[in-house]
Design a protein around this ligand. Structure first.
Ligand SMILES: Cc1cc2nc3c(=O)[nH]c(=O)nc-3n(C[C@H](O)[C@H](O)[C@H](O)COP(=O)(O)O)c2cc1C
Ligand SMILES: O=C(O)C(=O)c1ccccc1
Length: 387
């Protein structure tokens, strides 16, 4: 006992002896189609599509297809280990629930359900600045689980200081700073509907629960949600950010800092030279620059350049256990999940997220084992060929 892969046997036993089958598909690549059956068109149109015509999102998936696993035989994988530690945070597997905003679009429990599922599975949850529940509420929901906070660095420094102070006070230890969304990308599916949840007071709970933000409003957000949305739209864009502002952030955050959205090897080197602890190689799931390079295609060169000095994490396009294996083999210490867990949330709240995570970890465990790896730390690019 003790392997995540045992989940497979329990599903078969439930089917053959108990007569029950999983209520959500175990084929994680088809979660999107299942979620599309339960979500209303506007939230679905916000969550699933990417920037422009979607070419970056397609490239993310195609990049995973090009790398193929080359299984090794007779290497004893009876005892296996998925558990790991990333920047001092212990986790049951090298998988993190990435920062995803406005989670009540998927389910009324939103981030609370995802944070609880993460803690139940022993994985970290990254609380987005763009959330529907406050920093403090999600900290509480995380219980004794890891607390990582994702910052959208607002153009108002006093507001930024307030977010950081609140996150520290609520027990968050790691700061993920998202750099690729200083301005929202061009998203035709939302534009065609004229749909932006923030202007309806959704996804801005971090702001409307903040004393600095509220002091700037004429009326409380509950009384005038439109004005709150407009005030958010005034402080969110921050296109003037530069590398020289990182020391300012460092002074206000004592723990590890991870820069999310790195795609160029020179930016990875700049991150290292500016003394942060980690990066997320990510193109935001293709939601920002349409036509951008697939995130997986830049991972090997970045890992090669800075992997010895920095913690290199990865996201964008991870849909299955084999995808996790491929990203780890190409140099990531762990991956972040985006849409897949949100689809689980849409399909079943907290248990739906747990289902997705359990299936992903089981598939990862079995794929590693059948490919001849008892420990994911033994993976290297040699585990793969590029076709
Ligand atoms: C609906 C949605 C909302 C997101 N919100 C945020 C956010 O608030 N902060 C952030 O850093 N990234 C956000 N992301 C990007 C994810 O953290 C992650 O980079 C991306 O989803 C990974 O790609 P994948 O969905 O293909 O796995 C969001 C993604 C989606 C799909
Ligand atoms: O939807 C997103 O991907 C996202 O991260 C975001 C964040 C703030 C405003 C708009 C979108």
């Amino acid at each position: 006992m003790g392997h995540f892969g045992d989940h497979q046997i329990s599903i078969y036993v439930d089917g053959m002896i108990g007569g029950t089958t999983p209520s959500i598909t175990t084929d994680l690549a088809s979660l999107e189609a299942a979620a599309a059956q339960v979500l209303d068109p506007a939230p679905l149109g916000y969550i699933v599509p990417s920037a422009g015509g979607g070419s970056t999102a397609r490239a993310n998936v195609a990049a995973f297809e090009r790398w193929r696993i080359v299984p090794r035989m007779l290497r004893d994988h009876a005892t296996r280990e998925l558990a790991t530690e990333v920047l001092g945070t212990p986790m049951a597997a090298p998988v993190i629930l990435g920062p995803v905003g406005v989670q009540t679009l998927a389910h009324p429990d939103g981030e609370l359900a995802s944070a609880r599922a993460a803690t139940a599975m022993g994985l970290p949850f990254v609380q987005s600045t763009q959330a529907d529940h406050s920093i403090e509420q999600v900290a509480e929901a995380s219980g004794d689980g890891a607390r990582w906070y994702q910052l959208y660095w607002p153009s108002d420094p006093e507001l930024c200081e307030s977010f950081l102070a609140r996150a520290r006070a609520a027990g968050y230890t790691h700061l993920v700073v998202t750099l690729d969304t200083t301005l929202l990308g061009w998203r035709p599916k939302d534009l065609d509907r004229g749909y932006l949840p923030f202007l309806a007071n959704q996804g801005i709970a971090t702001y409307t629960s903040d004393p600095v933000f509220n002091a700037r409003l004429e009326k409380p957000a509950a009384e005038d949600p439109v004005a709150a949305g407009i005030a958010f739209a005034g402080v969110f864009p921050n296109p003037g950010l530069t590398w020289d502002q990182l020391p300012w952030l460092r002074e206000r955050w004592p723990g590890p800092i991870v820069l999310k959205g790195i795609q160029h090897v020179d930016d990875a080197r700049l991150a290292r030279d500016h003394g942060v602890e980690g990066i997320v190689v990510s193109n935001h799931g293709g939601r920002q620059v349409d036509g951008a390079v697939a995130s997986l295609d830049v991972l090997p060169a970045i890992a090669e350049a800075v992997g010895d000095d920095l913690c290199v994490l990865f996201d964008s396009g991870v849909r299955s256990g084999p995808d996790v294996l491929k990203a780890l083999a190409l140099g990531a210490e762990a991956v972040l999940l985006g849409r897949p867990y949100l689809y689980g949330l849409a399909l079943g709240g907290q248990p739906g997220v747990e289902h997705v995570l359990r299936c992903l970890l089981a598939e990862l465990d079995l794929t590693l084992a059948n490919a001849g790896y008892a420990d994911h730390r033994d993976l290297s690019p040699d585990a793969l060929v590029r076709t």
